[in-house]
Design a binder for this molecule. Structure first.
Ligand SMILES: [Mg+2]
Length: 386
């Protein structure tokens, strides 16, 4: 079945205000979350966002000869758009949409001169996900079946949130909290962090999985100090402490604090970035993001590299996005799905604005439907030119 059209689009999904009453504002409005740029004091709080970081996702619709279409999505929309329109669209028009592995190889080879990381790969993600959605619709199968799943009935989740009381009430038993401090915050930062993690451990109890998410805000020295200081709180993992390209730093950190599992990968793009991490044995959990790493085809290669090395995968946002849910339901070495919990406490999850057809968490688990493709329920009139 030949591809006849590839369009960059916006989804305008009508949303109703929630019926239930919020008890308070979500943590996301007020939490200080550190990023690498938080070295500079004007960027220490989420009230001063980093330009480009809050870009709305970009959607791609791919249509084939019989009129069937599939939808995919990637992050950092405006920058990705020109890659899709100028590189991938002319490359793929007229080709067989079912041959996802071939089309992935074509795209991967086409961008070697542009660099197989960054926006070239992020943009590839939207195309690849649309192709998988389309394949599922044409074959009338959910994507997790096309992948050889399901391997489980439901996906165990962890909640990414600082509203731990609300996450507990919703039935979650694994939690990841945000990190407020940058590498340059020194002893005061370590004290602030210990207070936060200590309180979180007290709230979730001694047996719950608890993780911390520095989002690349540390350097090796500070990450080692954090790991030592937080050892009594038994974190399940320390997530993305260092910038992606610092491979030596990851190795040094892993050697220095063998008791602290290191998870990373949401800002690594493409198979080779993960191959280096895995070969160097400096990561305990890999976390590709399906909308950033090159799509589902590339995520499957990353998963397989990790699986062969005995390293589990926990894809970024796998619990809250339909794309990640299908991978997580299908693949045995996915250990946990991440559920982004940043809606106001008190508001039922199914009332929170989301992409229709995406399953919501129940009691700390989530189960996608068996609808074809990724199961998204998007009406054609909601799809607008971008
Ligand atoms: Mg993260």
């Amino acid at each position: 079945m030949k591809i006849t059209e590839i369009s960059v689009v916006d989804l305008q999904v009508p949303s109703l205000p929630p019926r239930s009453q919020a008890r308070r504002r979500s943590w996301i409005h007020d939490a200080a979350r550190a990023f690498p740029i938080s070295k500079y004091s004007e960027f220490v709080s989420t009230k001063q966002p980093v330009p480009g970081m809050d870009e709305t996702p970009l959607w791609v619709r791919i249509t084939v000869e019989n009129g069937t279409w599939g939808l995919g999505c990637c992050g950092f929309g405006s920058v990705a758009q020109s890659m899709i329109e100028r590189v991938y669209t002319p490359l793929l028009i007229g080709r067989d949409c079912i041959a996802t592995e071939w089309l992935n190889d074509l795209m991967w080879r086409a961008i070697q001169r542009l660099g197989d990381a960054g926006h070239a790969v992020i943009a590839q993600s939207a195309i690849d996900l649309a192709l998988w959605d389309l394949k599922g619709k044409l074959l009338q199968q959910p994507v997790y079946r096309l992948l050889g799943g399901p391997c489980r009935n439901t996906i165990p989740l962890y909640a990414t949130t600082d509203d731990l009381d609300w996450a507990l009430e919703l039935g979650f038993s694994a939690f990841k909290i945000s990190n407020p401090v940058h590498a340059e915050s020194g002893t005061a930062g370590l004290n602030q962090l210990e207070d936060k993690v200590g309180l979180a451990r007290e709230i979730v109890g001694p047996d719950a999985d608890l993780m911390l998410n520095p989002v690349m805000a540390y350097d090796v020295t500070f990450a080692i100090q954090v790991a030592e200081r937080l050892r009594p709180y038994r974190l399940r993992w320390l997530e993305e402490p260092l910038i992606p390209n610092d491979l030596r730093g990851h190795q040094e950190l892993k050697r220095a604090v063998p008791w602290m599992p290191i998870a990373t990968g949401e800002d690594h793009h493409g198979r080779h970035a993960f191959l280096k991490l895995i070969e160097a044995r400096c990561v305990d959990v890999v976390q590709p993001d399906l909308c950033w790493c090159g799509g589902l085809s590339e995520a499957l290669k990353i998963y397989t590299l990790a699986e062969a090395a005995g390293i589990p995968t926990s894809p970024h946002l796998a619990g809250s996005s339909a794309f990640g849910q299908h991978l997580a339901l299908a693949m045995p070495q996915v250990i946990l799905g991440e559920y982004w919990l940043a809606s106001d406490p008190g508001v039922a999850l199914h009332e929170v604005a989301r992409i229709p057809g995406t399953a919501t968490a129940t009691n700390g688990t989530v189960t996608p439907t068996d609808a074809p493709g990724f199961g998204l329920e998007i009406k054609p009139e909601w799809i607008k030119p971008r």
